[in-house]
Write a protein that binds this ligand. Structure first.
Ligand code: NDP
Length: 333
């Protein structure tokens, strides 16, 4: 069994010294356990936070242990009445090629409903983050302007498409012309802005949002958010989903303090963690799956082949290598 363990806590951007590749024997399957072979594993920005020794909503990763995270796997052996050899499951055991796990820690996936990989993306954690963050906190109304940062990523892409379904005027912000073209031409965003382009972001926003911003779904924070928050309308809602621009900073960057823009517009900014909505996941998955099946919602993934590419795939999240959900394909069923 190959594993990628946390060797040392990164300061700033993680690099190959942060991780170590190890091989361990596969432990025997006890009563109530399963042996699972990893097919796809997920790399996610939140993992950066867990590599630090900082208090957060989930515990830090332990040094010397495999990086935990979402995995789709195939059951090779079962000592549980609830699972059989050949079942496909969603687990959280992370960056390893095989794992012996308690059957209670995994959920069965039906491979006939949608491709297996979607359980880690559009019909999984990132899709649900978009769904509940936008609909419960952002509450977009038809005709309102919804701006999304990190718009060409796993969460952002789903947010924009749902906002279109709800009849909003949708503006995405992302880091390359390729991503901008994709958002407009493939996903039907009304407008998209590259924050790395020649036009200053505040000017591009003024053009793209002539009626101001009613919902700002924030995945990145930093200067991008400073620019968007200045354009909020009265009664705007700001679901605070992520702050990826700050995850690798050693010192906080202090920008425009946004409180004034919230105050003068009676706006609401609300942080959330997708697990806040755990009881309602079945409702979210059902509606997301309906939209996917009726082709109202596109699932876009960037899949890198090979377990040895896992760290590269993870680091690529911070340089914008991915379009949509970044996954690693480890093995075929
Ligand atoms: P993405 O698929 O969006 O991948 C990350 C993207 O972030 C990159 O492709 C890159 O796109 C962009 N990015 C990286 N660095 C910066 C930077 N310095 N400034 C601006 N953009 C940057 O990841 P996810 O969709 O999985 O996650 C998006 C956000 O949502 C993250 O902040 C994550 O932590 C958060 N999140 C929160 C959850 C919650 O429960 N609250 C659950 C899941 C995710 P580009 O080329 O456009 O720069």
């Amino acid at each position: 069994n190959q594993q990628i363990i946390l060797k040392q806590r990164p300061s700033g951007t993680p690099n190959t010294d942060t991780f170590e590749w190890t091989k361990t024997p596969i432990s025997a399957v006890q009563e109530g356990q399963l042996l699972v072979k990893t097919l796809y594993l997920s790399v996610d920005p939140y993992m950066r936070g867990r590599m630090s020794d900082r208090k957060s909503y989930v515990p830090s990763y332990e040094l010397g242990k495999p990086i935990e995270g979402g995995v789709v796997g195939e059951v090779l052996e079962s000592q549980s009445p609830d699972f059989h050899k050949g079942d496909f499951v969603l687990g959280g055991y992370g960056w390893q090629t095989y794992a012996t796990v308690s059957a209670k820690t995994v959920r069965r996936i039906d491979p006939t409903l949608a491709p297996l990989s979607t359980a880690l993306g559009i019909l999984g954690m990132t899709g649900l983050t978009a769904y509940f963050g936008l609909l419960d906190i952002g509450r977009p109304q038809a005709g309102e302007t919804v701006v999304i940062s990190g718009a060409a990523g796993a969460v952002g892409m789903v947010v924009g498409q749902i906002a279109k379904i709800k009849g909003a005027h949708v503006v995405g912000i992302a880091g390359s012309t390729k991503k901008i073209d994709y958002l407009i031409n493939e996903l039907g965003f009304d407008s998209a802005i590259s924050y790395k382009g020649d036009i200053p972001l505040h000017k591009a926003l003024a053009t793209a949002c002539p009626h101001g911003v009613d919902v700002y779904f924030d995945n990145v924070g930093g200067e991008i958010s400073d620019a968007v928050l200045r354009r909020l309308n009265k009664g705007a809602r700001v679901p605070l989903c992520g702050q990826i621009s700050s995850y690798n900073l050693e010192k906080p960057d202090i920008g425009v303090r946004p409180q004034t823009f919230l105050l003068i517009n009676s706006a609401l900014m609300q942080g959330f963690i997708v697990s806040d909505f755990a009881k309602r996941f079945p409702e979210g998955i059902k509606e997301l799956a309906q939209w996917v099946n009726s082709k109202q919602l596109k699932s876009q993934e960037t899949i890198i082949d090979g377990f040895d590419q896992t760290v590269n795939a993870f680091l690529g999240l911070f340089t914008g290598d991915n379009l949509g959900k970044q996954l690693v394909k480890v093995a075929d069923p």
